[in-house]
Write a protein of this length. Structure first.
Length: 128
C-alpha cells in the first residue's frame, strides 16, 4: 500500500500546480498498488477545492484514484507526539508517517524532510 502525502494529492488535483505532471507520473507508476491517505491528509487536500466550490469534483477524483482514508488508532495521540518530538516534522506530516506505519505502507511525498523521516523509520518511499 502507498500512503500519499497532501503534496502529491494537491498537485494531482490542480493541473496548474508545478508538481502536477510529477504527481500524475507517480500515481500512474503505482499501477494496481492500493492507495491510502490519513484522514487528516484528506482534509488538508480538500481545503482548496472547498474554498473554490469544487469539493464534489475533488471527492470524485479521489474516489476515482481509489484513495482509502486511514483512521487513527486509539494510541494515536501518544504515537503522534513521539513522532513529532523525534522527527520535528509538523503534525500533518506525522499523520502521514503514522498512517504508513499502521498499514505497513510506503510513503509518497514531494517533501524531502518527510521522505527522510520515513526512511529513518524504516518505511519505503515512492519516488519519481
Amino acid at each position: 500500500m502507498i500512503v500519499i502525502d497532501a503534496s502529491v494529492l494537491i498537485a494531482h488535483l490542480d493541473a496548474d500546480d508545478s508538481h502536477h505532471t510529477r504527481a500524475e507520473d507517480l500515481l500512474e507508476a503505482a499501477g494496481s498498488t492500493p492507495l491510502a491517505a490519513s484522514r487528516l491528509t484528506l482534509a488538508e487536500v480538500l481545503v482548496g477545492p472547498t474554498r473554490a466550490g469544487k469539493l464534489e469534483l475533488a471527492m470524485a477524483a479521489l474516489a476515482q484514484l481509489g484513495v482509502d482514508g486511514v483512521g487513527l488508532h486509539a494510541d494515536a495521540p501518544v504515537r503522534l507526539a513521539g513522532l513529532r518530538a523525534s522527527t520535528r516534522l509538523k503534525m500533518p506530516d506525522c499523520c502521514v508517517l503514522l498512517a504508513a506505519e499502521q498499514v505497513n505502507g510506503q510513503v509518497a511525498t514531494f517533501d524531502a524532510s518527510l521522505a527522510a523521516a520515513a526512511r529513518a523509520l524504516g518505511l519505503g518511499v515512492v519516488e519519481t
